[in-house]
Ligand binder design. Structure first.
Ligand SMILES: [Zn+2]
Ligand SMILES: [Zn+2]
Ligand SMILES: [Zn+2]
Length: 68
């Protein structure tokens, strides 16, 4: 039983920073951060992923409306 000190490669999920919200997300949240959402009349946040927070004051999107 001779354990070598070779470092094992950690094949854990790599967290990637989102280009919209800046948060690191795992494979389970890829759709939330990358999948475009056609929300409606708001041209500022249309086709943005669900994690995107619209800064527009009059944004009426349920998914993009900024919740302060
Ligand atoms: Zn995101
Ligand atoms: Zn929207
Ligand atoms: Zn919006």
């Amino acid at each position: 039983m001779n354990q070598s000190s070779v470092p094992q490669q950690d094949n854990g999920p790599r967290l990637l920073p989102c280009q919209y919200c800046g948060e690191a997300y795992g494979p389970e949240d890829v759709a939330r951060h990358t999948e475009p959402v056609r929300c409606g009349p708001c041209i500022t946040c249309v086709d943005k992923p669900a994690c995107f927070s619209c800064r527009l004051m009059y944004c009426v999107c349920d998914v993009h409306r900024y919740r302060g």
